[in-house]
Design a protein around this ligand. Structure first.
Ligand code: NAD
Ligand code: ISE
Length: 332
């Protein structure tokens, strides 16, 4: 039957997922919404038949017709919601980051391991983006020979309120950390962060994050959280026999009056709209088959462990080795 989903957190991302489940995705319905801000939850539920608004996640998970949970609250609230879902053995799509630090991510991993089966898909939506999928297929087929480097750029127009320097790693570069692990099929072993100087607050200026992988691939990431002009996610892979890049301008390009140009997306909701749709549709389809696919709690934990090294590298200026627990057999 139709999958009844409780959406936890109805802010920017959660409200977009509510709309997506209600209108874009097949086989699912929004059965309940939750927000600590009750009025926001009411607004999200308005106009969706049979959708109840809650301020408490546990109550929403116990509501009639709820078969699965989509967590879109802020990262620090994810662990509690995940453990509530595990207690009811409900399947979960959890927005990234799984949790904001490695110790809490490991607790989630251990709780899922105790259940004995996978329940969580983590919202690393780039794995569902057409360009990223094409690059991965090329690398997997050996089209560039052995991969040696990735050059990545991650630029946002502006920072949301409360965005901190650490969030450059935990909230933003966590996407490159996941796409590096996924594109290359390797763990990340060390992180270094270089900061160009300037007068503005550090969280508005770009930083360069260097990742090293188990097989010696070097990855550089420019994270520029408040570049002012647009949303850009670019990646160029360099292999022994060539290069391939994704994330250049899409869409209409106009040449007139001695100039040429086109549009730049202003945010992730526009740039990754198709990827979010595909991500949620794949989650709904797998869940209805009784399967759990996509980025796992292990991927969420591994990313958190790299982020933790990254935040230490940011603070100390040194190269920090990643400390990764052994991978439970559940995630082989
Ligand atoms: P937001 O601040 O716009 O919304 C968060 C909402 O959660 C708010 O309405 C807040 O009131 C509510 N909330 C806070 N604590 C809660 C709790 N304990 N239970 C229920 N609701 C609670 O934030 P956002 O930008 O929508 O981010 C939400 C999540 O989505 C984060 O994990 C973020 O990292 C992730 N995100 C992912 C992407 C992506 O590209 N995949 C993009 C943006 C955000
Ligand atoms: C945000 O939380 C996201 O996940 C976006 O994809 C990313 O571009 C942005 O920097 C984050 O703050």
């Amino acid at each position: 039957g139709t999958l009844g989903v409780a959406v936890i957190g109805t802010g920017r991302m959660g409200a977009d997922h509510v709309r997506r489940l209600d209108r874009a995705v097949s086989g699912a319905r929004v059965a309940a919404v939750v927000d600590v801000d009750g009025e926001r939850a009411e607004r999200a539920a308005a106009g969706i038949g049979g959708c109840a608004a809650h301020t408490d996640a546990a109550a929403a998970m116990d509501a009639p017709g709820v078969d699965a949970v989509l967590i879109a609250s802020p990262g620090p609230a994810h662990e509690a919601a995940l453990l509530e879902a595990f207690a009811r053995d409900l399947p979960v799509l959890c927005e990234k980051p799984l949790t904001p630090d490695a110790a809490s991510a490991l607790r989630v991993l251990e709780a899922e391991t105790r259940l004995g089966h996978r329940r969580v898909q983590v919202g690393f939506m780039r794995r569902y983006d057409a360009e990223h999928l094409e690059l991965k297929a090329l690398l997997d087929a050996g089209g560039l020979g052995r991969a040696l480097m990735l050059h990545c750029r991650h630029r946002n127009v502006s920072t949301p309120p409360g965005y901190t320097e650490q969030m450059m790693i935990n909230d933003s570069v966590v996407h490159e950390i996941d796409s590096t692990r996924w594109l290359l099929g390797q763990e990340i072993t060390a992180v270094t962060v270089l900061k160009p100087g300037g007068a503005a607050a550090p969280e508005h200026l770009p930083q360069l994050v260097l990742l090293e992988t188990a097989a010696g691939v070097v990855v550089d990431v420019e994270i520029f959280p408040a570049c002012g002009f647009g949303y850009q996610v670019q990646c160029e892979a360099v292999g022994e026999r060539g290069t391939a890049r994704i994330g250049d301008a899409h869409g209409l390009s106009v040449h007139t009056a001695g100039r040429w140009g086109g549009r730049i997306a202003q945010d992730f909701l526009a740039r990754f709209a198709d990827a979010y749709d595909r991500q949620v549709q794949c989650w709904v389809d797998a869940t209805r088959r009784g399967a759990v696919e996509g980025p796992s709690a292990w991927d969420g934990y591994a990313a958190a462990a790299v982020c933790e090294a990254g935040v230490r590298a940011q603070a100390t200026g040194g190269r920090v080795a990643v400390d990764l627990a052994a991978r439970p057999a559940l995630y082989d």
